[in-house]
Design a protein around this ligand. Sequence first.
Ligand code: GDP
Length: 239
Amino acid sequence: MGNHETNGSEHQIDDAPTPMTVLGDDKPDAALLESGRMLFAQSCDFVISVARIEQLPPPGLPEIAFAGRSNVGKSSLINALTGRKTLARTSNTPGRTQQINFFDLGCRLMLVDLPGFGYARAPRKEVAEWTRLIHLYLKGRVDLRRLCLLIDSRHGLKENDLAVMRELDKAAVVYQLALTKVDKIKTAQLEKTILAVTQKLKEHPAAMPAIHVTSAAKGRGIETMRAELAQLATAEPLG
Ligand code: GDP
């Protein structure tokens, strides 16, 4: 076990029932939950921060990438999954992080924190750089098992989310949507958003049909997401 700094959120799981079949409410079986818990209790170590494609670490571990619009709650979700407060840098300055950050989880899975997109005030050159870097990463990464595309549950799918989804369809990257910050909205609004999003997913061939429903703040959906991702990790630590 690593030097595990817990944020305590995993003990506050909000099990508010939602009458829809979505991950986060429909819990996987106990064995899967346990393997997720075990994996994410391992040490999670920062590997490298990459601003240019030439700097990508050599392939090895299966990779899970996290992407989303700036301020979607990506850092908070990664921190909640890994039980750390400051692994991924949370920020109130959207667009500040323009680098791809790699984290090694127990030598079994690489977590890849992609820079936020859709930050209108980012200088145009920076946006072009972002698009180019992500494009190259998505196309060339043989170990990329899944991309988690985070969607702020208050806003639903925006045009630039859809643009990213089309890009992922083209690159044939398997991706799954995760709604974030669901503690901020009422159940009725959440249900409406889930319905709209799952409906839209049918038009996207590389998207997984089930979506995650999460709140990093309340711990909702975190155990389930850990269990899902653990199924993509290597059975034994590599290296
Ligand atoms: P990032 O830019 O996508 O990495 O987003 P952050 O993780 O930095 O979060 C952006 C803002 O949303 C911060 O003020 C967080 O505290 C807040 N936030 C993130 N996740 C949640 C959540 O699950 N619930 C609530 N209420 N706020 C959240």
